[in-house]
Design a protein around this ligand. Structure first.
Ligand code: CDP
Length: 214
């Protein structure tokens, strides 16, 4: 598929819905750069934790967001329950979001991109040519995250994984700034009954239709 220059594809949705898997595959298929914006918040959360400070501390979290380096995004400890919660806490702080906005916009504007997160289609790129909103039931998302964790050799308890996903969803959806929302013009794919391949093909079919009609 030939894309217009600078095409931005926004992939948003709640925790562990499969946004990353889909976004990475779309980027490879369409020859676009890919940015996992969750990593930015995870890395900020980690930097605050490194200092022994509560991730809800707005002043420290903003300073760490402004000091973020590319090496921070390559850390091996950005996933797991502590990092998940710290990311969600710093992500609710308006000054942290503001500090990360420019980087995300420059990344997407340079040559187009696929970006996944919570607010890509609503705040970061409200003019994105393609917006996808990826969901699945909480039970299915918890099942996938549990398999992902145990697959990486991390010990996990299924009930606790589900409880943490519920907490984080609530925190991300109810914050006053950039809450997780489906943009009115986003195409929603409920992946509860779909595997990664089926999700990818559903997304690709939508992108084709959308760009053909543009
Ligand atoms: O992979 P998973 O869906 O569990 O999380 P993630 O996409 O890596 O995001 C981690 C956390 O960062 C989320 O719980 C959000 O609080 C925050 N986030 C955000 O606020 N805005 C984004 N664009 C991306 C992530």
């Amino acid at each position: 598929m030939r894309l217009p220059a600078g095409t931005v594809i926004a992939v948003d949705g709640p925790a562990a819905a499969g946004k990353g898997t889909l976004a990475r595959r779309l980027a490879a298929e369409l020859g676009l750069p890919y940015l996992d914006t969750g990593l930015l918040y995870r890395a900020v959360g980690r930097r605050v934790l490194d200092r022994g400070i509560d991730p809800q501390d707005a002043r420290v979290a903003e300073a760490e967001a402004r000091a973020l380096t590319p090496e921070d995004l390559a850390r091996g400890d950005l996933r797991g329950s502590l990092a998940d919660m710290a990311a969600s806490k710093v992500a609710a702080i308006p000054a942290v979001r503001a500090a990360l906005l420019d980087f995300q916009r420059r990344f997407g504007a340079a040559q187009g991109a696929v970006l996944d997160g919570r607010d890509i289609g609503t705040v970061v790129f409200p003019e994105a040519q393609v917006k996808l909103f990826i969901t699945a039931s909480v039970a299915e998302r918890a099942r996938r995250r549990f398999l992902e964790l145990t697959g990486r050799g991390v010990a996990a308890d299924p009930a606790q994984v589900e409880a943490e996903i519920r907490d984080r969803d609530a925190q991300d959806a109810n914050r006053p700034v950039a809450p997780t929302r489906r943009a009115p013009d986003a195409f929603e794919i409920d992946t509860t009954e779909l595997n990664a391949d089926e999700t990818f093909h559903a997304a690709l079919a939508f992108i084709r239709k959308k760009l053909d009609s543009a």
